[in-house]
Design a protein around this ligand. Sequence first.
Ligand code: MN
Length: 403
Amino acid sequence: MKIIHTADWHLGKNLEGHSRLPEQELFLKDFVRICEREQADLILIAGDIYDNYNPPAMAEQLFYDTLKQLSRDGACMTVIISGNHDNPERLTASGPLAQEHGIVMAGTPNTVVPPGQYGKNRITGSGPGYIHAEIAGEKADILLVPFPSEKRLGELYLNAADEEAKKAESYERRIRLLFSRLAEEFRPDAIHLVMSHLFVMNSTGDGSERSVQLGGSYLLPGDIFPEQADYIALGHVHKPQQVPGRQNALYSGSPLHYNQREISFGNRIIAVTAHPGLSCQLQSIPLPVYKPIEIWRCKSPEEALARCEEHSGEDSWVYMEIETDHYIHEEDIRTMKKLKADILSIRPVFPEDVGSPHTSGPMEDLPFEVLVKNYYKKKFQTEMDQETLDLLLEIMQDEEDLP
Ligand SMILES: [Mn+2]
């Protein structure tokens, strides 16, 4: 069976108020082409289809058009789970209509997908959080764990008059219990798949899910997934990566760079060849950059103007940082924007800021220590003494070490 794994499309997402739908449309066309070329039997979309609870109508239309094409008249099954950005009810509202196109949708961890014919394939059995499918003559069991927020996880156990579940009070222990129970649904002669949208520890920086990282309780260890799984398709982290210590657990990453912190890595989708009882073969399929996000650091307003003229024909998003000793004239700003479309911001960098950590990159990339020192200096006009800094770092460390 050929499986294609993708996630974090964030359809309808803006960049500084500019729509990314034209780029997303280009990606979706490529995606349909790739799935057809690979003759995908099963497509897994691991959450954050949309960027928010009320996506623009255009984004929904794009999504439905794409799903219909992916179906190849019902030959291919597509399984979709919701991420933290999706509205589970809205995402899955079209479920009954989508069934004939082989589309399976799960909004929350307690979703029960009805068994039956899905296009040319079948779901032969199901329960909360899993399906038993027959796809292209092979059996596949898929555990479906859409974004398991505290609340949704709570609902899952609400009616369970079950001492073990109630005792599993910590988030991590409850998720672990959930996965180990669901793994009991794996049949010995089927391909064992897991889909989820969550944050596993050691996944490295992408920026877009920063609040979740800081939320602490949502961080999970990489060994949380069932041992028996042949492939684990994850969403949530935008940088493609493997879960440390778990070769077959991957974040496919998002198809586009969604902010300037994401431009350092390439976007991709994952192709998986799987058969019951055999280990999976993974292949990474790179995606083009449809419209790059660039940071232009210019030594003067004149250089900035020249650069705008030189690159006026290029289709890119640009953040400009311009070294200057005076505010940049309105007229120059207008000229720059006229010469080069899609300048997202123009930031003057004054002599006193040159070389300071603030200008070396986005603030979020700086170590905590540097941020604190900068803040302290700004606030009190004096350097923070080492003792105070050490104390603060110690407290932060203790916080991180909490179970
Ligand atoms: Mn997410």
